[in-house]
Design a protein around this ligand. Structure first.
Ligand SMILES: *[C@@H]1O[C@H](CO)[C@@H](O)[C@H](O)[C@H]1NC(C)=O
Ligand SMILES: *[C@@H]1O[C@H](CO)[C@@H](O)[C@H](O)[C@H]1NC(C)=O
Ligand SMILES: *[C@@H]1O[C@H](CO)[C@@H](O)[C@H](O)[C@H]1NC(C)=O
Ligand SMILES: *[C@@H]1O[C@H](CO)[C@@H](O)[C@H](O)[C@H]1NC(C)=O
Length: 662
């Protein structure tokens, strides 16, 4: 039996929504004369597959999970381009490698090749009777392309999870699950729409709403779910979370598992070993289910927060981070941008370089051409000399990284990450035998250190050496057992041309080379501005920022609703007032100090197809004439330079007529 609680937050959602539709003389959601913003029922599918490659290169795939979700909300912007893009996404199936956590995906290359990969097949199709069948066919095609051996191939597999919020039975949520071995579990829950604390007549997991910015149906909602918090740590959880909506789900044990073994916690989070790196969930179904209990539409971006004081996380279906007071936010915002912006890495040595911030083919024609600082594209000149995910326990002796230079460069930088080095004498760093200045950033958590050199290296071999402070050599495991290991996590070393050919200036947008785990080169927009490269940065580069606007506005409309109010006096004459509910941005932001540079809405009104200039930029119109009205709103911001799908525009036709007034 689970103990469950739920606090008021979600209530406000429901009461606000009810107020908007209950005023007797108002009407909204008019039958559209020519619908422009409309909802399309879509289904999203994803299949998780573990692929192992043996030494003969044979790829064996095992299905881990299959997930089918109805997406009842796809309120799209009005343009035809947007609708077209929706159509072109239909039936598209992509394979994406599961994103690894933070800046630490992968050991040395050879190990990585032998390791298992998690593939995720994703498909989005319009909801119809055939969609399951089509997805399963597509999945089979993908598997036969990506794998040689699929042990269960040919065995019909049922859906692992199906969830639906019935339009005919509001508040009903149904989950059907089938594990890969075919056993079925069905779950049906009835929400009480008047009191979301009641589900199936019982109080549920505790939900607290931290930020309310509108009805979840037309908002992007983030949900944070804690793992490894016992009942007595409940207040610690709410203290740890200061963002959006939290789901508190009690765990029996405190903290999370290590060495691939999970504890008895809500979502069974664990680390692979003891190193401060990936955190995985062994129970994604529990997480899906808990998140759905925030109510319809409210679980767009779920994340699981481990009750663990140190660095770790993962991107993917659930963004995973920890409650670390030093790195929890750092990891969360990086991983969140992977999910929300559908963007790839910008740091070196990763695996997934895709999305708005990665150019894979050529520096001379980057996706972000419209953001370039220079009139003509150019490639910034650098070279990577060392890239090593060491994950090395310094108690095992010195760790060396050797590299060669050709002596042709003018500057260098060395970046490392480490954990468990809480004292200035915890670690020593040497470059070609000379000790580099290093001070502990304090604390046991994973952290970063960097050095710059304003001369290039001489031609020939060079060597970096890392060792723990000599005072700690020879300590017995017993003396060390209550502290994290002194660990060298990663090492990256670059050489650069002078400022004329490689600009460190973070305001420059150009093509900066990034080297993946196999040293293949892609390009990113800025040097170190973006938190997708520099984990501790708090900025997105302008290219990512534009990408984020577009990705999020692809999921919602800038126009919540248009409401018409009519009044009839004793003489049977009517007055009509119109109110547009735009998502409060620009001049309509409540707190104008959060307003972006030159951010504003342009609003135009048309009556029977004729522009009504007296109402320009107004959102409340009084005493208007009857007829067929249209509102066209456009959000302008310097942060978006290109909007080919018209996502920053919203429009709606509606009639103002005494017929709707009775
Ligand atoms: C941050 O977490 C560390 C590790 O748990 C702890 O020692 C430290 O006191 C915490 N600092 C603050 C400001 O809470
Ligand atoms: C990364 O960002 C942090 C915080 O803004 C900054 O202190 C650091 O110098 C940056 N690193 C690089 C290599 O620019
Ligand atoms: C408005 O926003 C600014 C900047 O984010 C913040 O410092 C200030 O406290 C906010 N004011 C209110 C009343 O919330
Ligand atoms: C707009 O068109 C409708 C239908 O043709 C008409 O009844 C109405 O009077 C027109 N309104 C104005 C202001 O011309």
């Amino acid at each position: 039996m689970r103990t469950c609680l739920l606090i008021v937050g979600a209530l406000t959602l429901v009461t606000t929504a009810a107020a908007a539709v209950s005023a007797p003389t108002s009407y909204s959601s008019l039958p559209d004369v020519a619908p422009t913003n409309h909802e399309v029922a879509l289904s999203a599918f994803s299949t998780l597959v573990r692929r192992s490659v043996n030494q003969h290169g044979e790829r064996t795939c095992v299905l881990l999970d299959r997930n089918v979700a109805q997406i009842p909300r796809t309120l799209h912007a009005a343009s035809n381009a947007a609708k077209e893009s929706l159509r072109s996404r239909a039936y598209e199936m992509t394979v994406r490698q599961r994103q690894d956590p933070g800046i630490h995906d992968g050991r040395v290359e050879t190990e990585k090749l032998a390791a298992d990969e998690i593939l995720e097949f994703v498909g989005v199709v319009p909801a119809s009777d055939n969609d399951e069948k089509e997805y399963l066919q597509g999945e089979q095609e993908m598997l036969s392309k990506e794998c040689n051996v699929v042990p269960w191939a040919g065995v019909p597999h049922k859906l692992s999870i199906k969830e639906s919020y019935g339009a005919d039975s509001p508040g009903k949520l149904r989950l059907d699950s089938h594990d890969p071995f075919g056993s079925l579990a069905s779950d049906e829950h009835q929400f009480n729409m008047d009191d979301p604390r009641q589900v199936d007549g019982e109080p549920q997991d505790e939900v607290r709403q931290l930020v309310h910015s509108g009805h979840p149906k037309n908002r992007i909602d983030m949900v944070l779910m804690g793992d490894g918090y016992t009942a007595s740590e409940r207040e610690k959880f709410f203290g740890d979370m200061q963002r959006l909506v939290d789901v508190y789900k009690e765990s029996r044990e405190s903290g999370i598992g290590v060495n691939g073994r999970w504890k008895d916690t809500a979502f069974k989070l664990y680390r692979d070993g003891t190193e401060l790196r990936g955190v995985y969930t062994a129970d994604p179904r529990a997480a899906r289910k808990a998140c759905k209990l925030t109510g319809p539409y409210a679980c767009d971006f779920p994340s699981l927060i481990a009750n663990d004081p140190y660095y770790g996380g993962l991107g993917g279906e659930f963004v995973i981070s920890t409650s670390s007071n030093k790195s929890g936010t750092v990891v969360l915002r990086h991983e969140m941008f992977h999910s929300m912006g559908e963007a790839g890495e910008e740091y070196d040595g990763g695996q997934v370089y895709s999305g708005v911030n990665a150019e894979r083919w050529s520096w001379s024609n980057p996706k972000w051409k419209h953001w370039l600082t220079d009139a003509e594209p150019r490639e910034e000149q650098n070279v990577i000399r060392a890239q090593d995910y060491a994950w090395y326990n310094l108690a095992n002796g010195p760790y060396k990284v050797k590299f060669d230079s050709d002596g042709q460069w003018q500057r260098w930088s060395l970046k490392i990450s480490h954990s468990g080095v809480d004292q200035d004498d915890s670690m020593e760093v040497y470059l070609d035998g000379e000790r580099l200045d290093w001070k502990s950033p304090g604390g046991m958590d994973r952290d970063f250190s960097e050095w710059f050199g304003d001369k290039g290296f001489s031609a020939g071999p060079h060597e970096l050496e890392f060792r723990q402070g000599r005072a700690y050599d020879g300590r017995t495991p017993d003396e060390e057992k209550d502290r994290p290991i002194r660990q060298l996590c990663s090492v990256t070393l670059h050489e650069f041309a002078g400022e004329d050919r490689y600009r460190f200036d973070n305001s420059v947008i150009s093509a900066y080379p990034t080297y993946d785990i196999r040293k293949r080169r892609t390009w990113r927009p800025s040097n170190e501005q973006c938190l997708m490269r520099n984990m501790t940065s708090v900025h997105l580069c302008s290219v990512c920022q534009e990408g984020l606007w577009l990705k999020l506005l692809n999921k919602m409309s800038l126009l919540d609703d248009v409401r018409v109010k009519c009044e009839k006096d004793e003489l049977d004459s009517y007055t009509f007032n119109i109110k547009a509910d735009l998502v409060p941005l620009g001049q309509f932001r409540e707190n104008q100090s959060n307003r972006g540079r030159d951010e504003r809405y342009e609003v135009r009104w048309y009556l029977n197809s004729t522009h009504q200039p007296e109402y320009d930029d107004k959102i409340s119109l009084t005493n208007v004439k009857e007829g067929l009205w249209e509102i066209r709103a456009e959000f302008k911001t310097l942060e978006v330079r290109k909007d080919p799908q018209g996502l920053l525009k919203a429009s709606k036709f509606f009639s103002v007529s005494r017929i709707n007034c009775e």
